[in-house]
Ligand binder design. Structure first.
Ligand SMILES: Nc1ncnc2c1ncn2[C@@H]1O[C@H](COP(=O)(O)OP(=O)(O)O)[C@@H](O)[C@H]1O
Ligand SMILES: [Mg+2]
Length: 379
């Protein structure tokens, strides 16, 4: 089932004093393709849950539309939308067995007990908990309880599965195995799934597409690898990746020449060559900006360099001061400073890189991003 959100908006009366309302979700336009697993990803408070609850029908939008397939469901009650919901805190019925929990949605809509029991067993097998059918939720681990919740959510064969931070109560190891399970179940059932998380690694590892949100707005949509490789802005670049991207403040200094860009046109801009300085070093990668770019390169330009973009090289263009080296298996993390900048950065280099703590090391950059003063990506 394809889901379309058109100008979807939710305003709440504010809980804060002196503030009338908050815009939790701000006119978002989103297309969730049929049969895919899409993550809503962003920091706490950016509007992910509110978006999910509007899709489910639990929250009524202030403005905008929700379309399932070709049907406008904006005013359809939750129980008529054909959705399954899973929350962070399992929300299982504690006095019922696993079997009764999974059967519940079927029994309550009047399906015969025998049919419901068979479907419950099929679901339990799908999520891998069939041997616990007679236990109560309290007798199971968090990961198992969350599987029961998923089985209960999909037993009615909904068109859409909505999950709100379903793994955040699980410990680190269980989070990883359970997210792989969710992905497997989603692929096996082909059910259109919207998965809310603030954990970028989780989102990157299971999604067909991620929707990065901040302050109620969509920042970028795309396949995880594409968003990681080509972030549209500094927020997205910083939100994805561990260790995080290095953001290096730089100054663009213009050194004017008299030449006109178009000698025929006296009003055309002067051709200006400039240089981008980061700390005491000049950024000498191919950075002669176009006229358009020059308008936005300023004293507050930032160079974004992912940890894996560094290439240690004794004849490299740039120099760093190595503060600390962490061995992490195949690679090593290098904590360093740059001349003239009072900040610690981190890069990843191969074990074999010949560098020493407390010494200088030279490097080149395989890639970089350039962001303007308001964080838009220029390059
Ligand atoms: N029922 C509510 N009443 C008032 N403000 C709310 C309510 N629910 C959410 N908010 C506010 O809306 C914003 C988005 O919240 P939410 O969607 O829960 O974010 P997320 O799930 O991304 O952490 C936050 O500023 C939050 O405080
Ligand atoms: Mg939330």
């Amino acid at each position: 089932m394809e889901i379309k959100l058109i100008g979807l908006t939710k305003e709440f009366e504010s809980r804060k004093k002196g503030e009338k309302y908050v815009t939790a979700v701000d006119h978002i336009d989103v297309l969730i393709p049929s049969g895919k697993l899409v993550c809503l990803l962003g920091p706490s408070g950016c509007g992910k849950s509110t978006t999910l609850y509007m899709i489910s029908g639990l929250h009524k939008p202030t403005d905008g539309k929700i379309i399932f397939g070709d049907k406008d469901v904006t005013n359809t009650p939750p129980e008529k939308r054909g959705i399954g919901l899973v929350f962070q805190n399992y929300a299982l019925y504690p006095h019922m067995t696993v079997k009764e929990n999974i059967m519940f949605p079927l029994v309550s809509r009047g399906e015969p007990k025998k049919v419901a029991a068979q479907k419950a067993l099929d679901m339990a097998k799908l999520v891998g908990i069939e041997e616990y059918m007679d236990r109560r939720p309290g007798q199971m681990s968090g990961g198992q309880q969350q599987r029961v919740a998923i089985a209960r959510a999909i037993v009615k064969t909904p068109d859409v599965l909505l999950l709100d931070e379903p793994l955040s109560n699980l410990d680190a190891r269980l989070r990883i195995t359970t997210r792989e399970e969710i992905r497997r179940i989603q692929k096996e059932t082909g059910i259109t799934t919207v998965f809310v998380t603030h954990d970028q690694e989780e989102a990157m590892s299971i999604s067909d597409e991620i929707i990065v949100m901040s302050l109620g707005k969509v920042q970028q949509v795309g396949a995880p690898q594409d968003v990681y490789n080509e972030p549209k802005n500094q927020f997205v670049a910083e939100f994805l990746g561990t260790p995080p991207i290095n953001i290096v403040k730089a100054n663009y200094i213009e050194e004017e020449t008299e030449e006109l860009e178009d000698p025929e046109d006296p009003k055309s801009a002067k051709k200006v060559i400039g240089k981008l300085m980061f700390g005491e070093q000049e950024f000498v990668d191919d950075i002669t900006p176009t006229f358009g770019e020059r308008m936005i390169l300023t004293k507050d330009t930032r160079i974004g360099i992912r940890p894996e973009f560094f290439e240690m090289n004794p004849n490299g263009k740039y120099v760093m001061n190595v503060v600390h080296i962490e061995f992490i298996g195949r690679d090593k993390n290098v904590v360093f400073t740059l001349p003239g900048i009072d900040k610690l950065y981190k890069c990843i280099v191969p074990q074999t890189a010949d560098i020493k703590e407390g010494e200088e090391a030279r490097f080149n950059l395989k890639r970089y991003f350039i962001f303007d003063m308001i964080g838009r990506r220029v390059r």
